[in-house]
Design a protein around this ligand. Sequence first.
Ligand code: F6P
Length: 554
Amino acid sequence: MVAAKPRFSDFIAVTDHLSFRLDQSSAASALQRHAAAIGTRTLREAFEHDEDRFARFSCASDGLLLDYSKQQINAAIMLELLALADEASLQTGIDSMLSGELINFTERRAVLHCAARLFERTPVAARDEISATHKRLKEFVTRIHQGDAVSATGRRIRHVVHIGIGGSDLGPRLLAEAFAPSIPQRLELSFAANIDPTEIEAILQRANPEETLFIVASKSFSTAETLFNARTALAWLTSALGKDADISRHFVAISNNVAAARDFGIMADVIFPMPEWVGGRFSVWSAIGLPLMLAFGTDAFDEFLAGGRSMDAHFASAPFATNLPVLAALLGIWNATFLGIDSHAMLPYSHRLRSLPSYLQQLEMESNGKSVDRSGKQVRWQTAPIIFGGPGTVGQHAYHQLFYQGTRKVAFDFVVPVCAAPSPATLSLIDNALAQSAALMLGRTLGEARDELRARGVDENEIERLAPHLVCPGDQPSTTLLMPAITPFSVGQLLALYEHKVFVQGWIWGINSFDQYGVELGKNMARSIENGANAKRDGSTLGLLAAIKGMSGT
Ligand code: F6P
């Protein structure tokens, strides 16, 4: 019997009753005036005039430290940003989300990824549903680890291939990279996301069909890339084990669409549900975490959930002025909406967090890459910036030059894990993060450029010729987040922090952070082109199709 869908709140979401629009906010008007005055004093001068700036503009919680003193802010601006949060009834929003109100107001859904990690302030019905799934997941993981669940030929499973894309891939992939160096791996773990067969074929070439389990992770169970890779895996197994083999022993599914997973041939007892109230890009806490439980054990995954809950508790209770996700959100709004900074670099100074920028690209850009507000009107302010980035120090030797001497303002998050007794190399990593943040803020004046060249013994004529090319304007705003050593708990804190940041920004911008109607346009266009539909096409597409036909002979 399918459990009745818990109705956390039958009344229409609180968002229907909110009249706040950012362009009608008095705090926003004040912030616009402050933005117009930016530049009259450099950050270098701000630090020179205020030796307490770091103490004033940094905040710590549960082992994390957020230093936002290199942002283009002052006490008055922070007060107005906090006033903006109050004008937007942010606390109402937080309470509404946690209580399961339908704040995903276009799809009329609750938003309860906090329940997926069993945060106590979420509806018990949601947590009960999650706990029931967790019980099934743990039983399955134990059967695999103990060799009670075996392959079609009776062999133990030793290799798990996770097939998924977007939110059904990026979270598990990030966590696997973060956990691997410090947690013994019980099983080999591979990820296949791209429809380009090169990716899954490279995995299958090194996999043993008698010992390989495929996880088909798809909330909709209709994503073309995932179904293509699942069918590729099915054909590979059938070819290797024979059409009479019990191939179903090699597949499990994680989905909100149980019927479609059954139709694919996956047994009901190994279909693990994803509730509709957990968005794809917020789903790493849900059954989507199965590959991590299989590879690293359920204790590690429980620790990850605990880290997320710790951040939930902080977010739900800390005053906004010392609330890390709220501060990160307000600073992001200040940069993107009021200072017009269109790009935001996420720079984790850790190889283990190298996929964090990709994860945050989806979390931030798919959530807040929107421009229509609760009332269905076009917003008249900038919303989410372009998120990009990569691991330090690698990026310093690739694209940091533009940050120093390009024509554009860029905002930065430096994410810096700090372990006990770091090795000299790890210390160098940390020192580089601090150096980049400081150098981008301070810049290099013409006088300093001349002094540097003179110190190198360059003659005066050459100094005058070269010095202008060494000038760095500085004043690039950054936040540095110091986090404890990478553990499942600290990674849970980190991801939950950014989830709440995204929620706060969407709430204040007045947009829906939890749907993604835009990407469907591209999907529909791809289906139309693939099917060769006789649709009216633009001249570029027609020209390209003709050229491809010539090049490929298709
Ligand atoms: O196309 C965007 C998207 O729907 C994301 O929101 C989602 O995380 C991804 O595709 C995968 O979707 P599914 O889990 O349904 O396969």
